[in-house]
Write a protein that binds this ligand. Structure first.
Ligand SMILES: [Mn+2]
Length: 290
């Protein structure tokens, strides 16, 4: 595969002021920069033209790819996101560790978070990932656990419990489950979604109504048969058609930010299937953003 430095449907030559969406990669987690670049390369093989409608999915938006940021501290993610938000553009963030979402969200006020993820990521404590993130030296900001399995707990603790919706959640322990139930956090398991998509969409509509929405996609939302190259695959996941239906509902409201995480870079071939799905998932949201 020929190396390409930016998404096939983006440009690094369009002035940023003309762009609706600004892409950047975050080297947070093992092989994260490599993974972001692999997504860029894969995008050159995914058509944005839709033969179902005879239209290009991206005919209404312009995308600028700013490359990968130089990460020296986790707040670099918040600062880069804030710069894009302040320009009235939509950030599209690519990275490995789901922890990046917590720092991206710092750049927004009054948003609702929709998380496509097999895991609740709402643990009180999990092995500290900072050491494994290979961005040392890092300031230890708080004596709390901040990593890919705890980031949503830290976000909810800021008073955001009622502003979060988990889609496709099928992995948590009893403590996580209690926290979700006690705090009235909205969630739908794959079974809920498959059995009663109509009801899920109705509830999702109420949740999203008149709100600004930030969407995070963890690739393990999908069934491992479709997305094998993820760090923690979970059986009984969802298919692209389910994702599309949910996205149709969410995108009726204003999407202000988007990220894609947890794609595991293995060998190029192993990763290709998952990366193609990841690119198509991004395309689906971008096509409905305006
Ligand atoms: Mn996950």
């Amino acid at each position: 595969m020929k190396k390409r430095k930016f998404f096939s449907w983006s440009s690094s030559y369009v002035p940023t002021r003309d762009a609706d969406v600004i892409v950047f990669g975050v080297p947070l987690g093992k092989d994260s920069a490599k993974m972001a670049d692999f997504l860029r390369e894969t995008s050159w093989f995914v058509e944005s033209f839709d033969p179902n409608t005879g239209k290009d999915l991206l005919d209404k938006i312009k995308i600028f790819d700013a490359g990968n940021i130089n990460l020296t501290k986790l707040d670099d993610i918040s600062e880069q996101t804030k710069r894009i938000v302040d320009m009235n553009k939509i950030p599209l963030i690519l990275g490995k560790s789901h922890l990046l979402t917590l720092y991206a969200l710092k750049a927004f006020e009054n948003v609702k978070l929709v998380s496509f993820d097999a895991h609740a990521d709402i643990k009180e404590y999990y092995m500290d990932e900072r050491i494994a993130l290979s961005i040392e030296p890092l300031e230890v900001q708080e004596p709390r656990s901040f990593n890919c399995a705890t980031w949503l707990r830290r976000y909810c603790e800021l008073g955001n419990e009622k502003k979060v919706c988990l889609l496709g959640m099928r992995s948590c322990d009893d403590d996580d489950y209690r926290y979700i139930r006690d705090n009235g956090i909205l969630y739908f398991t794959p079974l809920d979604i498959r059995k009663n998509m109509h009801k899920v969409k109705e509830t999702l509509e109420g949740f999203c109504q008149n709100s600004k929405i930030y969407v995070t996609i963890d690739m393990d939302f999908f069934d491992p048969s479709l997305a094998p190259s993820v760090e923690h695959p979970e059986h009984d996941g969802l298919i692209f058609q389910d994702f599309r239906e949910l996205v149709n509902e969410i995108c009726k409201e204003r999407i202000v930010g988007l990220d894609l995480t947890e794609l595991q870079y293995l060998h190029e071939k192993d990763c290709e299937v998952t990366a193609t799905l990841a690119v198509r998932a991004i395309l689906e949201i971008l096509s409905k953003i305006k």
